[in-house]
Write a protein that binds this ligand. Structure first.
Ligand code: M6R
Length: 331
């Protein structure tokens, strides 16, 4: 049910491009949204950090659909980006968790994420529900613009409805993550690598680790490593390699070999059945098989757990991360 999306079929057909803007974790959900909408709806999508968007004299007009993502609905930069977009004539869809928040009140259309009250300062369930909202928006646009066959839409929706059971499976089988955290919690630098949707999730994984365990983490598009940062891959440095995307799997295997050749310690996340990765990585956590496009919903869970265990082993208070506010209402 997308009963707060009020766009007419003509308005949906008139969209020429989409701009997603948000901050922090919500921005990372937007990055997943870009891959998903481009793939399913075949419209160009840009993702911009709200504090950059609002000061950048952005090129948007009435044919641009702007999607703002904000758990709280009160983030100052995201709200200002929304106002700037509307001032320039764009239609704005808000993806938010808080009913009647400022973002919800000022947007043209709303998708509520229904995550319930967020207690933890570091976003976890907010991110997951923002992803689901992105999938629903993409599928709806694809349906209205006829860019995806009805059978494919049904298939993805069916998988989305039952994915919670697979999320539980990931939680139940996360022992390798805990062991990895126990072994490497004293590390001061880590790398997250991935391609495509996995790269977008790697960014969120590295943010979580930084936020609650204060370990320096870099997320890299795996293909970029050899353009400089490979120099920082040294013996025993923990590398978290995301390899859930079938179409990019072989490329990721090469990237894992690149870092293993430099003696990094690799934990890989791969889809069930991709057992060959076990021959090169030090540890592998298998994600239950799902539609490749929905993998981020499952892949992020071990990364959130990794941040949690690393923080706990380091003696950090995960409920009160240093210098982090629940809602950033100042610029
Ligand atoms: O309420 P918002 O979604 O607008 O908040 C945006 C960011 O401040 C937020 O996602 C922040 O990055 C979280 N603490 C991440 O864990």
């Amino acid at each position: 049910m997308l009963d707060e999306i009020n766009m007419t079929p003509e308005q949906i057909k008139g969209i020429k491009r989409i701009v997603i803007t948000a901050c922090g974790t919500a921005y990372h959900a937007g990055l997943v949204g870009k891959y998903v909408i481009e793939q399913l709806v075949r419209l160009p999508v840009e993702v911009d950090i709200a504090s950059e968007f609002r000061y950048r004299d952005p090129i948007i007009d009435k044919d641009t659909l702007v999607v703002v993502v904000s758990q709280s609905g009160e983030t100052a930069d995201t709200l200002a980006a929304l106002r700037e977009a509307r001032r320039r004539g764009a239609r704005v869809v808000a993806i938010t968790n808080v009913i009647a928040s400022s973002v919800a009140r000022e947007a043209d259309d709303i998708i509520y994420t229904w995550a319930g009250p967020e207690i933890s300062v570091a976003s976890t369930k907010a991110y997951t529900t923002q992803l689901v909202a992105m999938y629903l928006l993409a599928l709806y646009l694809a349906q209205e613009r006829n860019t995806l066959a009805a059978g494919n839409i049904k298939e993805i929706l069916g998988e989305l409805k039952s994915i919670y059971a697979k999320a539980q499976e990931v939680l139940d089988n996360a022992a390798p993550v805990k062991e990895f955290a126990q072994q490497y919690h004293r590390s001061e630098d880590t790398f997250f690598i991935g391609r495509g949707l996995d790269y977008a999730v790697a960014l969120e994984g590295s943010l979580k680790l930084k936020e609650i365990s204060y370990i320096h983490a870099e997320a890299y598009a795996a293909g970029e490593l050899k353009h400089g940062t490979l120099a920082l891959i040294v013996e025993n440095i923990p590398v978290i390699a995301l390899a859930t995307q079938q179409s990019l799997f072989e490329k990721m295997v090469s990237n894992i070999k690149e870092v293993k050749a430099r003696d990094a310690s690799v934990i890989a996340l791969a889809m069930e059945g991709h057992t060959e990765v076990a021959k090169i990585a030090d540890r592998v956590l298998y994600i239950p098989k799902t539609h490749q496009i929905l993998a981020p919903i499952l892949t992020v869970i071990p990364l959130q757990l990794l941040a949690y265990y690393m923080a706990v082993y380091r003696g950090c208070d995960v409920d009160k991360p240093r210098n982090l506010a629940k809602s950033v209402t100042v610029e």
